[in-house]
Design a binder for this molecule. Structure first.
Ligand code: SF4
Ligand code: MSK
Length: 637
């Protein structure tokens, strides 16, 4: 394998791309080297026109910006802005989904419906809405009103955060004054406090980063809940992953981005236009996923996963994609350059996310059916122009069993103990059959071989009986590596974990074990992991910071990944990242993130680019927590 990827399909495509002189992420990264040392350390500031100001890390030159800001202030301010960038993306996503709920409630979103009525009722009741004797529309209206307050409240605390945080943790966060009243307001406040001449105290700034990261967390919960209500709560289903899911004889359409309002409609309309595809000489329409929106339609409809972020260009380079329909976030502008080498149509859909050269078809909740119908017809037309001599589909695909929402996991466990579903899980953690749990989340980063850290670390942890949950591009990496099939349990799980997964899988009627990696969805579905962690903590009467759980974003890339990581830390969960973040220009901020945070929140960042060392560090964290709970450590079991 090359230094670029461990995915054999991407490896094969990269060789072909080089022959065809198609420029890739890796080529452009090389052209960027050496990268700016100030940027890598986080010690440059452009927050006013005096700048850019840079702090000399070797202490020979300037130690302050023109305004007097020190390295500590500049690094902390940049960190707040990074978290705010990530949170803004998730908050906008949540608002978008809420708008659809509001429109359905008022009869203005004909194309959308409530799919999971039970979830609607449960959520409404948890938000304090009386549901008895009310119609679905009445409940929906009240729910929309209540959730909208998350974007309007001027004082107090986010009710949504309160709903999804243990009591003890909520009080701790309230004591630190980091609970956001309203999500949008937190973004405004973050940008305000970091503009020239406002907050210069690095500790206060880091608390500001925590506040906006908590707003990010609330947005993730809102998105997951409302999307489940709209499109259904995922249940286990089989599908496939990697570029082999593309079909030579079909109209291939990739959905790419994050918001299922679009991808679910594409999947739905594709079924309706099968006949037109046949008339164009195709066997059918094959919708595949790239990045998080792929998870949204995988988890609910079984749509196969094609590629994660770093493989997105290579999916287009197969020459087999007739259209790539995108919404927002993680869509590389370079895709148009690759698409232009083929017949592939790149279709943008959101007014805030256009790419020069792409065809823009505005997608709104009101025109959802009509717009997606038009997009698919464009793909069918493109199929007719596909140059078969340019098509190359690498023959790699893996079977996966996905769809593990909290409800699905609890459902499977309830087959073992109907009266107390979480008991078998806790009993096995206590016995040591399950040493702990790790959430694999986050992206690919061109600085590391694609998927390598995700896959190597997951294998290392599974061997030591650590149960793995996955989301986002991490989920793609583990799916493509064959870690999401029931058979993978026999191959990769340690003896204790294997026994538990086999027993639960059989009890749940799956005809085999649960897979060792339980895929819980897209990046916003990291919220599902927090629900499970809090449920376990509540049952044990402790806080999340006491549990043997960790999170890993080994190949972190986006601002969103940093915001999610900071949210997890603030909830008491240690977070591993394999990329050195741009905070090392300040000893103080580095120390807060990697050590002091542990005293305050229980969670903290662990930075380790070496996968074997990272596994050892995470096992040490899990052991430390087990030991504090009076449980045997990995060495004693
Ligand atoms: Fe320089 Fe201060 Fe302006 Fe930043 S805010 S660019 S450090 S003068
Ligand atoms: S898509 S946020 S590159 S995980 Fe959510 Fe992947 Fe990271 Fe985007």
């Amino acid at each position: 394998m090359s230094e670029k990827t461990i995915d054999p399909a991407v490896e094969e495509m990269l060789a072909l791309a080089a022959e065809m002189k198609i420029e890739t992420f890796w080529d452009r990264y090389q052209a960027q080297l050496p990268q700016c040392e100030f940027g890598l350390r986080g010690i440059c500031c452009r927050n006013c026109l005096h700048g850019p100001c840079r702090i000399d890390p070797f202490k020979e030159g300037a130690q302050k910006g023109v305004c007097g800001a020190t390295a500590d202030t500049i690094v902390a301010r940049n960190f707040v802005r990074t978290c705010a960038g990530g949170a803004a993306a998730h908050i906008d996503h949540a608002r978008h989904v809420l708008e659809v709920i509001e429109k359905i409630a008022h009869g203005h979103a004909a194309g959308y419906n409530v799919t999971d009525k039970q979830k609607l009722e449960n959520l409404a009741q948890r938000l304090g809405i009386q549901t008895k004797g009310k119609s679905e529309i009445e409940v929906l209206k009240e729910l929309a009103k209540e959730v909208a307050k998350e974007f309007q409240r001027q004082e107090g605390y986010s009710k949504y955060l309160q709903l999804y945080t243990t009591k003890k943790r909520f009080e701790k966060l309230a004591g630190l004054n980091v609970l956001p009243p309203n999500l949008d307001l937190t973004i405004t406040e973050s940008l305000h406090r970091t503009t020239m001449g406002v907050d210069a105290d690095p500790v206060n700034l880091i608390l500001g980063a925590v506040k906006v990261a908590l707003a990010d967390g609330a947005a993730l919960h809102i998105s997951t809940d409302l999307q489940d209500i709209l499109f259904g709560t995922p249940k286990p289903l089989f599908s496939k992953a990697n570029l082999g899911v593309l079909r030579e004889d079909s109209v291939n359409i990739a959905v790419h981005g994050h918001v299922p309002l679009l991808s679910a409609k594409v999947a739905e309309q594709a079924e309706k236009l099968e006949k037109e595809a046949s008339s164009a000489g195709a066997r059918g329409i094959n919708v595949v996923g790239i990045c998080c929106t792929g998870h949204e339609v995988l988890e609910r409809y079984g749509v196969p996963l094609a590629q994660n972020f770093l493989g997105s260009e290579m999916a287009v380079a197969t020459g087999a994609l007739d259209a790539i329909i995108v919404d927002v976030q993680c869509i590389a502008p370079s895709l148009i350059t690759v698409a232009d080498c083929f017949h592939t149509k790149l279709i943008t859909t959101f007014p805030i996310a256009k790419i020069p050269g792409a065809e823009h078809i505005e997608f709104t909740t009101e025109n959802a059916d009509e717009a997606t119908n038009k997009m698919i017809k464009i793909a069918i037309e493109a199929f007719k122009k596909r140059d078969k001599t340019k098509v190359h589909i690498p023959k790699y695909e893996q079977k996966i069993l996905a769809g593990f929402s909290v409800e699905a996991i609890v459902g499977a466990l309830s087959k073992v103990d109907p009266s107390d579903p979480l008991k078998p899980l806790l009993d096995n953690i206590v016995k040591g059959n399950i040493l702990g749990a790790a959430l694999f989340a986050g992206c690919n980063n061109v600085k590391l071989p694609q998927d390598k850290l995700h896959v190597t670390m997951a294998k290392g942890l599974l061997e030591k009986n650590v149960l793995i949950l996955s989301t986002g591009c991490a989920g793609y990496a583990l799916a493509k590596a064959g870690l999401m099939s029931p058979e993978a349990t026999f191959k990769y799980a340690g003896e204790g974990l294997k026994a538990v997964l086999t027993a639960v899988g059989k009890a749940a009627g799956l005809n085999g074990p649960l897979p060792p990696v339980l895929n819980i969805g897209s990046c916003v579905d990291n919220s599902r992991a927090v629900v499970i962690v809090n449920a376990l903590a509540d049952k044990l009467g402790v806080d999340a910071e006491a549990l043997p759980v960790v999170a890993c974003a080994p190949e972190a890339l986006t601002e969103k990944a940093i915001a999610i990581g900071t949210w997890a830390v603030s909830l008491g969960i240690p977070v591993h990242i394999g990329i050195v973040p741009p905070i090392i220009g300040s000893n103080l901020v580095t120390e807060i993130a990697t050590s002091k945070a542990k005293d305050i929140f229980g969670g903290y960042f662990i930075v380790e680019p070496d996968p074997a060392k990272a596994v050892d560090k995470l096992i040490a964290v899990i052991d430390e927590r087990r030991s504090k709970l009076g449980l045997k450590t990995s060495k004693e079991i």
